[in-house]
Ligand binder design. Structure first.
Ligand code: UD1
Length: 321
């Protein structure tokens, strides 16, 4: 605390702080009375997500610019790197944009973090790194097989994290997120996560579209579990967690057809879904083994899928999204 008062510097930096996951981590840190700086380019982040986070110092800027990274990292001890263009189809449409905003941005951030004497960077990895291999659940010791430009970009970021831990002694922790959902997730783009899109549409009485036969499955993870995993990753002993990659999920999965049924119950929607062609770059099934995060971080998911979905529907209903 003394350090912050003397230098008026933030102890924590959150990249992508105006995005769904970044703003949720920021809210949790601020609630604990921590000093927090957020940076966001507002390419996909939204200024309105900063409402309620007024105690956070906010820097608008793009991590593709090294100077922004330097300003963002100055005086910081711990970074949560959530900024990305988080979409498989977006990366299929614009692989270079995804590379700039995921790979270049991550490398710039790591260099700035190293130079600023940051102690630890916690990285938002992605389950997409596993690709479309049939073996379930996904374990971190499996060979990655990314099949979309997005998955390649997020995996490249993981490798940079591990290299910086090894070569420069920067503590880095990679959390591979599995389909995160919850309040504040943007439902308005066709690149949005499926649950955000379905909640918004079904609450408005509009027909959702299922790509493929709806039998694909995901380990959908409620945002509060992800925030908890990040806070644990920030404090876990370096000998256990630094340089490691671990899944952050619930360890259970559900198909899109089942999700649709559940959402009919929760939203009161009475129609049927439309079915359309399977999306390019899509994977069939995704399920995490979460024993490594349990062992290294003491992580255990607290909110199960149904409760998370109920809370998410309630939030979209109240927000009138
Ligand atoms: C992938 C990654 C995830 C990453 C996310 C970022 C995997 C397993 N997961 O998620 O780690 O964080 O990208 O976006 O690779 N769908 C519909 N109708 C819609 C929208 C989507 O049926 O209106 C389907 C998709 O075709 C897909 C599923 O829902 O089969 C989930 O899609 P989405 O929410 O975009 O996430 P993933 O692509 O699984």
């Amino acid at each position: 605390m003394r350090r912050q008062k003397e230098f008026n510097l933030a102890r924590y930096l959150i990249t992508g702080a105006a995005g769904f996951i970044g703003r949720s981590i920021a809210a949790a840190l601020l609630a604990r009375g921590e000093s927090v700086r957020g940076v966001d380019s507002l390419i996909t982040g939204k200024r309105e997500n900063l409402t309620g986070l007024e105690a956070m110092e906010f820097l608008q800027g793009d991590l593709a610019d090294p100077v922004t990274c330097q300003k963002a990292c100055a005086g910081v001890e711990i970074v949560f790197h959530e900024a990305a263009l988080a979409s498989v189809p977006r990366s299929v449409a614009d692989p270079i944009g995804t590379n700039v905003n995921c790979v270049d941005a991550t490398l710039n951030l790591l260099v700035a973090a190293r130079d600023a004497g940051v102690r630890r960077v916690v990285y938002a990895g992605s389950s997409s790194a596993y690709g479309d291999t049939p073996t379930l659940p996904k374990r971190e010791d499996m060979v990655p097989k990314p099949i979309s430009p997005y998955a390649v970009a997020k995996l490249a970021g993981e490798h940079y994290m591990q290299a910086f831990a090894r070569v420069y002694g920067l503590e880095t922790v990679v959390l591979r997120y599995f389909n995160v959902f919850g309040p504040y997730q943007d439902p308005s783009s066709h690149y949005s996560g499926v649950l955000a899109i379905f909640c918004r549409k079904m609450l408005a009485g509009e027909q959702p579209t299922i790509y493929g036969d709806g039998e694909q499955s995901r380990d959908f993870t409620f945002i509060e579990n992800v925030v908890e995993g990040n806070l644990l990753a920030a404090t876990a002993p370096a000998e256990k967690a630094s340089g490691k990659v671990m899944n952050l999920a619930t360890g259970s999965r559900i198909t899109l057809n089942q999700v649709f049924q559940l959402l009919c119950e929760l939203t009161g929607y009475r129609g049927k879904p439309a079915y359309a062609a399977e999306r390019a770059g899509d994977i069939r099934d995704s399920l995490a083994d979460i024993s490594r995060a349990r062992e290294l971080l003491g992580y255990t998911p607290r909110v199960d899928f149904r409760e998370g979905l109920q809370r998410t529907v309630d939030w979209y209903r109240a927000a009138g999204a």
